[in-house]
Design a protein. Sequence first.
Lengths: 473, 235
Amino acid sequence: MLTTSPAFKDNAARALDDAGLQKALGKAKGAFLQRRAEAVSRLPEFEALRDIGRDIKNHTLANLDFYLETFAANVERAGGHVHWCSTAEEARAAVLDICRKAGARTVTKGKSMISEELGINDHLEKHGIEPVETDLGEYIIQLRRETPSHIIAPAFHLNREDWEADFRRAHTDLDPDRVFHERRDILTEARTRLRQKFLAADVGITGANFLVAETGSSVIVTNEGNGDLTQTLPRVHIALASIEKVVPTLEDCVSLLRLLARSATGQDFSVYTTFSTGARREAEIDGPQEYHVVLVDNGRSSMVGTEFQEMLRCIRCAACMNHCPVYGAVGGHAYGWVYPGPMGSVLTPSLIGVEKAGHLPNASTFCGKCESVCPVKIPLPKMMRHWREREFERHLSPQGVRSGLGLWAWFAQRPGAYRFASRLGVALMGLLGRGKGAFKSLPLAGGWTAGRDLPVPQGGTFMAQYAKRMRNR
Amino acid sequence: MSKDAILTAIRRGLRRGPLPADQQAMLGGRLATHPRHLIPARSRVARPEQVALFIRNVEKEFGTVRRVADAAEIPAAIAEYLAAQNLPQRIAIAPHPELQGLDWASRPMLQVEARRGDPEDSVSLQHGFAGIAETGTLMLPSSPQRPTTLNLLPDTEMVFLRASRIVGAYEEAWDLLRAENQDARTGGFMPRNVMFVTGPSRSADIEQTLELGAHGPRRLHILLLDDEREAAAHA
């Protein structure tokens, strides 16, 4: 997928001015938060389960090579095929090859973020195969030729009227008198359209929430049932999964499943949680004849052993972005690549390079909410700080920032000079701003005053006030 | 080869070569014993309450439950449900001996076909392998007697479940499968497909608001056979 991450600042400014987006964000904000909070309050063990989830993932990552090989061996024992792919290019080629061998003309797809990362749809289309997204949110995104703006709710940025307009535009045989007053009307229209696609598809492609080493299973979690129709009806099922999805056992998997739906949608459990293991067995009367797992690295193995290894614990629940003030203000598209929000701000620089995605870890207030809701306790703010450090070390941050930081560092190492300079600054600003209350603009502080006023300092520096308070104790 | 490249990169990150044999054996032991982690207390309750918890959770997730005391009542219970929902008296049932053995002749107006699910199906009857009280979840492992399509294609899915097959937690359901199922291809217990189903299909993709009836069944109706005396006494 192409990235607009380098233009994050422009993207964000545009997003803040986009009335439709702001309306959608305003409506959606709060819904996920409240549902998650309720689900967590119904399960007193939730905090203890977060520690367990973190430990299961850490154990797996420490033995990732072993569990991947065990997983692959068990897939093959069950009559499936594993395609190991180092790069996105290899993975696209593997998928196309399977589709071609199956003589595929149309391919149905369950929701998969790794498919977005790899650009599977464009690749298939380029080679004459029609990919059909079947998750409701992904379906409309595909009609609009957009990308998902959220990892579990791809159409997070849309309002109901957008759905109606797009359906009327794309479904050209639609009766103009059809009403779409209710969300149910939209759902019914999508269900009817996609039924035909499910039945006609030659290959079904899903993602995987987990891979289970013990049994060689891929696991998908959905509410709509589209993923199950995708992997059950066509002759060939392809599960796309990145290497960090593997967990050792079914017991490990259900412990993580207890965290996933609660953190994501605030459900106790999703409607459909399905374990797929190999192809149709003898005497079975339904299910795919072929089962393939396309196992993708695409940059993840190089995170192992670095300060970003903990990011590989992520189970893609989206709690971090649902709780993020930055995501809540600008939405997902501003981030400019596949993964938005705090998890994206850490993962995107790892996968496409900090030189392209350096803005993302800087777009954080470090409020810490993301870490506090993460079901596997990923220290997201700490890792965003690591990226800022790397950006600085590699001289990628702008000259203004570097000189500013250098100047600050010089003073910070000389407390006397620091106090003198800040006293001088505060006094000067107090004098200049007398009777104003706040500055609308100020030399050297344009970055601040462009977006908001700067209050006029009152009552001396922090150190002066602190010293005074200590004297009066 | 990409497999080697990926494994080598992981090992480089972990600052080691392939795991030594003794450590591999230890991990193999963990896989073989598949230890359980913390199981929430909510499902660790006395037997009749476990069944009641299952029912409560199914209903919370917009499923419905009809309890019957005797298997002989099931055809009549189905006919009544279909009539009440204004559905045709025609169902596709799983080719499972327990379902095929029901006294269908007692309802001559009810058309019953044992087969996989078809796109035109309005109602199916699936055989429930286990129920999980923790979240009101059905475990439906695939087999020639339990086709997956019956869980997906019809507008209404009915599931026959014995109360004695209700367990507390997911882990207990896996243990039932481990004990009772044998897969001819792998020699293990895992069938091609295991579906955990919690209520009828739904979507929250339109303005993050839940709406029932997405691509899967719009209704989920469980026929629960009270085959445990304690459970029946509680009813």
